[in-house]
Design a protein around this ligand. Structure first.
Ligand code: PLP
Length: 453
């Protein structure tokens, strides 16, 4: 075995042996990797003992903080009882049975069925395969194209990355053929001069119908959307957007899938983002908050129509040939059951509802103090501040180390983790944040912005 030059520090050891994903390397070179040993409530602690308030909630998911006793106990108890099993071959853990019941109960559907994966990406892939399977079985084998939106994020597997509408996927030669990206419903950025929000939404709806007619409805398998785009930089839909597009999808028989990997379980102030925005989709994709980040798990929750149609499609071949070794893992299911209870019934979701106005007001005050913040956008506990070189013209910054990376680095120095996304800085704190911790978050961000601008 080669023995590389002995790396010294934790940071050097991380650089030496780990390939960083989704990491701006010049930024890390400037700042150094934060090597984390543990967490305390909404804080993470690094190898030097420095504490950071994690306004990123891990990656949107650690909504109950990093050391929630109830979740740790639920995991421990299930590891003692039955540590791991699949949900295939006519066998399934009792925890899986109970979680599926629970998920259908808390879903917006009167009834339905659940399928488990290990991640949100796999849940989106699974949903696409379900649609392809369904349409073929129903005699529509050409219904294969998937509609999503520019700037959407749906994951990293070949299919879910193709659904993702981010230019960086070009480095992989993606998207695959047949993945069509429609306009992003971000009025502040994409509304044309003199266009009202209503006209903007009507334009997006027209574009959707034109694409359906151009491609042929009988070639389209489904439409996927996040209620609020998360990794696109926290983009709530323009007013009336979902109400304008859903009837068009219905008219053309195109299933509408709500990707609730971020929005699900409280982030927008309701159980589901679709609830916040007043629509009922045909299926829901869930992950992240599903286990409050304590276990890697995703789920497809099918509404009544899709689950009936899938059952009918499966019947002739007597099997749905799909699943992962850890689908319906009993520890994941036990944690998810507890997480749903903690978030929905122990005041965490209520915290978001109660404290979101305080967070919005604090961020608005910060925006007013900094000339280079062009837009504040968000809902519940997901917000973004968009940095601009010129507020009046909305002209973005152009620097090699993006302004949002510099803000995130300055925040890290202050002991605050927040996420640079494009030219925006994103805050999506854990739901357990106290008033004092929220003030700490806002003060640290304000100081970081003052350093950068
Ligand atoms: N869908 C959305 C809306 C997401 O935000 C993410 C991840 O951030 C995914 C899917 C992919 O989930 P995962 O990273 O668990 O594969």
């Amino acid at each position: 075995m080669n023995s590389p030059a002995t790396p010294q520090s934790w940071e050097q050891r991380a650089d030496e042996y780990s390939l960083y994903g989704f990491t701006d390397l010049p930024s890390v070179a400037q700042r150094g990797t934060v090597v984390v040993t543990h967490g305390e409530g909404p804080y993470i602690v690094d190898v030097h003992g420095k504490r950071y308030l994690d306004a990123n909630s891990g990656l949107w998911n650690m909504v109950a903080g990093f050391d929630h006793r109830g979740l740790i106990e639920a995991a421990k108890a299930q590891y003692e009882r039955f540590p791991g099993y699949h949900s295939f071959f006519g066998r399934m853990s009792d925890q899986t049975v109970m979680l599926s019941e629970k998920l259908v109960e808390v879903s917006p559907f009167s009834r339905g069925k659940v399928f488990y994966t290990n991640s949100g990406s796999e849940a989106n892939d699974t949903m696409v395969k379900m649609l392809w399977f369904l349409h073929r079985a129903e005699g529509n084998p050409n219904r294969r194209k998937i509609l999503t939106r520019w700037n959407a994020y749906h994951g990293v597997t070949a299919v879910s990355a193709s659904m993702t509408g981010k230019p960086y996927n070009e480095v992989f030669g993606l998207p695959l053929p047949g993945f069509i990206h429609l306009g992003c419903p971000h009025y502040w950025r994409f509304g044309e001069a003199g266009e009202t929000e209503e006209q903007f939404v009507a334009r997006l709806a027209r574009e959707l119908e034109e694409v359906i007619l151009r491609e042929g409805a009988d070639t389209i398998a489904g439409f996927f959307a996040e209620p609020v785009m998360g990794a696109g930089g926290v983009i709530p839909p323009a007013k009336g957007y979902f109400q304008a597009i859903q009837p068009i999808l219905k008219k053309h028989g195109i299933p509408f899938i709500s990707d609730e990997v971020i929005c699900g379980f409280g982030r927008t102030g309701s159980t589901w983002g679709c609830e916040t925005y007043g629509f009922v989709p045909d299926a829901i994709i869930s992950s992240k908050n599903l286990t409050a980040g304590f276990f890697p798990m995703g789920a497809v929750i099918l509404g009544p129509e899709l689950s009936d149609r899938l059952d009918a499609a499966i019947a002739p071949i007597e099997e749905f040939p799909h699943g992962f070794t850890a689908s319906g893992h009993p520890v994941g299911c036990a944690i998810a059951r507890k997480a749903i209870d903690v978030v929905m019934n122990e005041g965490l979701a209520q915290n978001v509802i109660d404290k979101a106005p305080r967070m919005e007001a604090g961020l608005r005050a910060i925006m007013d103090r900094h000339e280079n913040i062009g837009e504040l956008r968000g809902i519940g506990y997901m917000w973004a501040l968009e940095a601009v070189r010129d507020k009046a013209t909305k002209t973005p910054f152009d620097s090699s180390l993006s302004v949002s990376e510099r803000i995130a680095n300055a925040s890290t120095d202050e002991g605050l983790i927040c996420r640079p996304l494009g030219q925006a800085i994103v805050l999506c704190p854990p739901f357990i944040l106290t008033d004092a911790q929220m003030d700490e978050m806002l003060e640290k961000l304000d100081r970081a912005l003052t350093k950068v601008f």
